[in-house]
Design a protein around this ligand. Structure first.
Ligand SMILES: [Zn+2]
Length: 278
């Protein structure tokens, strides 16, 4: 399923697998419009790739930037690169081996295959922190923001005040985390983007926000406060399960769906530096 919405020169493309007539587990791509720019930020999941290609049939695409290599952000890379000869795919250096060999480098749990599917391989070119990506009308600064994944980056357009945050910032108060995420790196990365004078924040899912400074500050304060409480209980000798029950609220559906891969326990473990990917 694909839904499209315009924000001036930016087209937001919400993409999801269609199951029983509804889109499930949405992810978002953004297109810098017009014949002049031809830049797409992220490509959705493999299940929605045919719909994205159809929606972009008349767009003279020249470049794709992947904010990171999770399968719901690189799913149409391969088909797009086949259709557009010379299409450049830009990503963090750590992302490139995953783009080349998604199945070998990023094995997917069954729930991820069902929700988003296996991406096809694609070929990328590395971006460095601080580099400017120039289109005809815009300049996007690359900001390295690890934590959600080791290869995560954000993009900032200083003239327009646009900030594309991938999955680093999606709003809300997190009560769970996926295996492999580093919550302290996420907080450091959030502080990095919060220092920018952004006027509009375009996330990798959830709603677009104007004047996002306050929302970013609130998110950082919430995550830091939660981390202090986790560490305090840990110093008292409380076990991980006890900390989960004391601080993270009741069971969540996502924990059952992902067989604990995305869970309250994983968030506590990440605060304790013990949340390695399995
Ligand atoms: Zn992600």
């Amino acid at each position: 399923m694909l839904k499209s919405h315009s924000y001036g020169e930016i087209t937001r493309l919400d993409l999801a697998r269609t199951l029983w007539g509804r889109g499930r587990y949405w992810t978002t791509a953004y297109l810098l419009n017009g014949d002049q720019d031809g830049l797409l930020i992220d490509t959705g999941c493999a299940h929605s790739a045919p719909e994205l290609l159809s929606a972009l049939a008349d767009v003279p695409l020249t470049r794709v930037v992947n904010t990171h290599t999770h399968e719901d952000h690189i799913g149409a890379n391969g088909p797009l690169q086949r259709r557009h000869a010379g299409l450049e795919i830009l990503a963090h250096p750590l992302a490139l081996p995953v783009l080349t060999d998604p199945r070998g480098r990023q094995p997917l749990h069954p729930y991820r295959r069902v929700m988003w599917g296996w991406p096809e391989p694609s070929q990328g070119r590395p971006l460095t922190d601080g580099e400017m990506i120039e289109t005809a009308r815009y300049r996007l600064q690359v900001i390295y923001t690890p934590g959600h994944s080791p290869d995560h980056l954000c993009l900032y357009e200083p003239e327009q005040g646009w900030l594309f945050t991938g999955d680093l910032f999606v709003g809300g108060q997190d009560r769970a985390l996926r295996a492999g995420y580093d919550i302290w790196e996420i907080i450091a990365s959030l502080k990095r983007i919060a220092a920018l004078p952004a006027t509009t924040l375009f996330p990798g899912s959830a709603r677009v926000r104007d004047h996002p400074a306050e929302a970013l500050r609130e998110k950082i304060a919430y995550l830091e406060g939660l981390g202090e409480r986790v560490l305090a209980l840990h110093r008292e000798g409380r076990r991980v399960g006890e900390i989960v029950r004391a601080l993270m609220g009741g069971p969540m559906l996502i924990e059952a769906v992902t067989l604990g891969h995305f869970s309250r326990r994983r968030l506590v473990l990440s605060y304790l530096g013990m949340n390695a990917e399995e």
